[in-house]
Each structure stands twice: as C-alpha cells, then as structure tokens.
Design a protein around this ligand. Sequence first.
Ligand SMILES: Cc1ncc(COP(=O)(O)O)c(C=O)c1O
Length: 453
Amino acid sequence: MLDDAATYAAEFLERLPERPVAPTATAEELRKELGGPLPEGPRQPQMVVAELARAADPGIMATPGGRFFGFVVGGSLPAALAADWLTSAWDQNAGLYAAAPAASVVEEVCGAWLLELFGLPEQVSYGLVTGCQMANFTALAAARHSVLEAAGWDVEADGLIGSPPIRIIVGEERHVTIDRALRFLGLGTANLRTVPADAQGRMRADALKDALAESSGPTIVCAQAGNVNTGAVDPLRAICDATHEAGAWVHVDGAFGMWAATSPTLRHLTEGIEHADSWATDAHKWLNVPYDCGLVFCAHPVAHRAAMGSHASYLVHSEDRERDELDWNPDFSRRARGFPVYAALRSLGRSGVADLVDRCCAHARRFAEALTQEPGIEVHNDVVLNQVLVRFLDPGGDHDTRAVVKAVQEEGTCWLGGTTWQGKAAMRISVSNWSTTAEDVDRSVAAILHAAN
Ligand SMILES: Cc1ncc(COP(=O)(O)O)c(C=O)c1O
C-alpha cells in the first residue's frame, strides 16, 4: 500500500508542470465523490487509499508546482518531502526526549543550524511549531511573561486579572496573525498603539520613538520582516534600538522576510534583526518543507521556557541533559516536524538556502520587468524581495484588476491572488517555490497578459 501511495504521489508530482494549477472540481463535485454516510464497517485499506487519491485529485491545488504564486506558499523540496513520509511512518510523539530521542536531537541540530543561518546569537532558544501564527503566539507569550515579571507580576501563576497593563505597540501594516496571537494571549486588540507605516508598508521608526515616549510600563513592540503585500522589511535596527532604550521587548514577525537574512545579497534588508528579543518565521514557506512548520526564536530562554514549559508526574523529563520539545512550544503531543526541516537544510546547505531565496527574488523581478513593458500595467511596490503587486490601468479608468486575477485563476496556467494596497486593487504575485523556473515565469506572464487583454 505504501508503494501504491508512492506511485500516486510520483504521478501527481510528474503531472504538476502540465496540469492546471487551479482545481477543476467544484465543492459539490468533491462532496459527491468524497462524502456519503459514515461507513458501517471496514473497507480494504488499499482500496481506500486508491479511491482517495482518485477522488481528491481534481480538488488539489497545484501548490507544490512552479507556477503557484498565491498567498506566500512554498513547495516541498524533494529531500524534505521524502523525510516527511518517513516522519509519518515513524509516527514519533516529539514532545519528550524519552519518547522520541532522534526527533529531539534532530530539532536540536536544526535549531543550531537555523540560528547560524539567520545570524542570531547562539544562546537563543527555539521551537518548531505549526506555523508563523503559533510562532507569533509563542514569542508573544514569552514577551508577556518577561515584561510582567519585570513589573513584579507572575502571569503564569496569577493570570491577567489585576495585572499591570501591558502596552502593545504594533505597526500599521502588521500581519493579522499578530492580532490573533494577542487575542489568544488575553491581551486583546482594542488598545493597540498603532505606528504609521511608509509607502512600502515599513513601520516608521521616528513615529515609533514618539509612541514609546507617550508613557512607560510593561511594553511590547511588534515589528515585521516582510510585508505580506510588498515584501518590505521594517527598519529593524532603529526599531530595536528605540525599543530597548525604552526598556521594552521587540518581537519580529518574519514569516517569510526573515529568510532574507540567509542570503548574502539580501541580508542588508534585515540589518539589526539579531538585536530583537523574539522572532517568528516559517519553514513551510520559504524553506519549502511540506506543511506544517513554523519556527520561533527567543533571546531569553528562561522567559521562553517559563511561558511554555510543562511538567507532570507521569512524564519522563530529561532534566536539561536532552531537549524536551514540549518546553519550547505550545503543543504537548506533536509531530516530529524537525525531520523534514533537517532534510531541507542538509540537502541545501548554507549556499543552497541563499540560492533558493535569491532565485525566487530574481523571478519576482523578472515578473515585474516583463509586465511593466506592457502599456497600462504598473507595478505598485519596490520589488525588494519575492512579492510583486501589479495594477492594470485603463485610460477610461474602469479596468478591473480583480477581473484579471479571476481570469488568470480560471485559465489555469498559473495561480495568484488579489489584494488591496493603499486603497487600490492589485494582483499579488509571490514567488516562494524552489522549482519555479524562468520559463514558468514567462509562461505565467503570457497567461496574465492574455487575461488582461
Ligand atoms: C508576515 C506574516 N506573518 C504571519 C503569517 C502567518 O503564517 P502561517 O500561515 O504560517 O501561520 C504570514 C502568512 O502569510 C505572514 O505573511
């Protein structure tokens, strides 16, 4: 049956370059094929897998292929995908060293390699979580612990009722998962102090200084590396300096933009990132491991562990000699998602990671250059990273960018999404896949121009 599954998977991957990127089935058709009453009894497993592979196929978006440019979605590197299969076969519960020693050691190795890649100090603690949403949550839980501890309050013991208020300062262009993490943490979103952004969506460091000067007390600043629309990175050094002068904690949400730090040609964009107190990013985006895997880092391991750690009498804790993963992330039982990360890093090496990031950015520039050669098409952002915002103009003023996006999606050569940037509709192209080629970009440009015309 596993051989069958490998055959179905290989067939899917081999057809990726030519199949339409968008699914071809409607939700109704998928329900008809996949649904029905709860089976009364067993069915032969091999048939179940064969039927699932056949029935799900028309509803599969070709996200691992080279012409998916929606949201910010990476593909799967071959070594990472194969290691992910092994992860399922091994079925380790990677919460404690005692239950899954290899998983624990592999996460330890990945943590050290990642710190080096990102240029973060070696004492920084880390966790592998489900995505950047939970990385933001974990980092902000450590921040909450730390700023309240400094105010003489033990939030893990006493909760938030009656605690000193925490001032949260965020950029105007923060990602929605920051707000969601703050909600999960009981900090709410109604009283956020929002700092204005510049035309590319970067937090204005001068305005942050003004915000910090307004009052004092426990304070957390949320900065960003990689605006989800433009790819722009906040001025991290200035933000870290100003925040630390005010005695506050600075968190960087770098879901994809943090990977700029791994490239010698792009690292300047993240200058000063190593001075932050916590960082959140994703491996399932730009490192191209299969879903799901986010990464959290914290410059204050004691605060990180105080916020996440957990002990119970029936568990076998390793007393600090080995890594118990449940001390560093919000899960208890969890997938051993370090294996695919390890395989990705080991197969690429330092130069391979930089090359992956650089290549995606070069493809983004290729998109921008090709599209802007056409009259009536404008690129609305500085293409500093892997994100391109495109507008379709019309002398009559009635050209509908959203209609072009929809037509491209339906035609199927490639898939990309729409957004609103500074009050105007835009097509949003994100190049985040190791397998995208210049030819994929050229085919996609042709499809976009065809749809626009
Ligand atoms: C800047 C930023 N932060 C956080 C996230 C959330 O990441 P995830 O979907 O992995 O939870 C994203 C996703 O696109 C993002 O771009």
